[in-house]
Design a protein around this ligand. Structure first.
Ligand SMILES: Cc1ncc(COP(=O)(O)O)c(C=O)c1O
Length: 359
């Protein structure tokens, strides 16, 4: 199994390699809301440190109720976890030694979790000429012998959404073929007015939707994600296998609070609207860069200057972007960068302009 250090956000490792202070790096490699956690949450955490002195409710009833109310679904459809990552590993346990279709490039933890459970992985490569978007040809790959499909929308690292019609056609095909469909919507909250697949789940007991609160609410160190599905047997199996208390009391409190914070949600969407287009326009003006239209808070790009290591060049400016060279299906020419605050985005564009002006 590949090591777990292959993600963005590994500022410490980069700093150790370079022999510099980790605090001197600006991290564009992890896609976290730069507004920081909601102020109301920060205050509540500080005020309720005593929560650490008690065991959390092992059933996380309040948290599950709140998430169910948010999505207008029964509480039994929700299972919270210590980040969406923990739930990916839980799902993999349901799929032990089964055959699973993965789209490449895609989020690395599906593969790690499935390999751990000795699954057979069938890769479905997405092509650059299709802008790394799946189309109806994917349906013919959903054939007997495939037990599960993992999809991510918007996809990480490409930032591309799956068309709603195609998603429904995939869901239908999976249902006919008895294929379990996992739809990872970790970044869906960043997309204004997007509701994702959860409202449709009543028709699709073969679907499990993954959500994460760590990115939008800037709590990757606190950790919280959840799974939504009307598959009562599958959910029961997942629930019965879970070790108790894997969600710490502060993360559970966060989940009970943040969904009500309309002001934070609006500020986030406003920041993203402005900064996504600022960064996008700046990058588009660089002839050495090809970018793909982002759906969420990160931008996928290709450096067209042959053999050039853009990540290393930007480290001279203490800016860390995600190299996508270790994604199956990509090469070292591809990168992903997070949309950050205006000043940081400006610094990034300035640095890139300087780097490319050096011929
Ligand atoms: C597509 C995708 N799914 C799930 C996760 C895991 O998120 P969490 O922090 O909730 O474990 C990530 C994290 O980067 C991700 O990019």
């Amino acid at each position: 199994m590949a090591d777990p250090g292959q993600h963005g956000g590994n500022v410490l490792e980069t700093a150790l390699k370079l022999g510099i202070d980790a605090n001197s790096l600006t991290d564009f490699s992890a896609n976290i809301n730069p507004l920081g956690m909601p102020a109301r949450l920060r205050e509540a955490l500080a005020a309720q440190l005593a929560l650490a002195e008690r065991y959390p409710d092992p059933l996380y009833r309040r948290l599950h109720q709140r998430l169910a109310r948010h999505h207008g679904c029964p509480e039994s459809w929700i299972l919270a976890g210590n980040g969406a990552t923990e739930l990916i590993f839980d799902l993999a346990c349901l799929l032990r030694q089964k055959t699973v279709l993965l789209l490449t490039p895609g989020f690395a933890e599906y593969r790690r979790a499935l390999q751990w459970m000795e699954c057979r992985i069938v890769d479905y490569p997405l092509a650059e000429q299709d802008d790394f978007r799946p189309d109806h040809r994917l349906l013919s790959a959903l054939r007997p012998g495939i037990h599960a499909l993992f999809l991510c929308t918007p996809n990480n690292p490409t930032g591309q959404l799956i068309e709603p019609d195609l998603l429904l056609a995939i869901a239908r095909r999976c249902k006919e073929q008895n294929i379990l469909l996992v739809i990872d919507e970790a970044f869906m909250d960043f997309i204004p007015d997007a509701v994702g697949m959860i409202p449709e789940l009543g028709h699709w007991p073969n679907i499990f939707v993954l959500r994460s609160l760590t990115k939008f609410y800037a709590i990757p160190g606190l950790r919280l994600g959840y799974l939504v599905s009307g598959n009562s047997q599958g959910m029961q199996q997942l629930r019965s296998r879970r070790p108790p208390w894997t969600i710490n009391a502060f993360a559970a409190l966060a989940g009970e609070m943040v969904l009500d914070d309309r002001e934070y949600q609006q500020r986030t969407r406003q920041w993203l609207r402005e900064e996504q287009s600022y960064l996008q326009a700046g990058l588009q003006s660089l002839p050495e860069i090809k970018i793909w239209r982002p759906a969420a808070n990160y931008i996928f790009l290709r450096c067209l200057r042959q053999g050039f290591d853009l990540q290393t060049a930007l480290l001279d400016y203490r800016l860390l972007i995600r190299s996508c060279g270790n994604y199956p299906g990509l090469t070292a020419d591809y990168y992903r960068l997070a949309v950050r605050g205006h000043e940081e985005n400006r610094r990034l564009l300035d640095a890139m302009t300087r780097i490319f002006s050096h011929g």
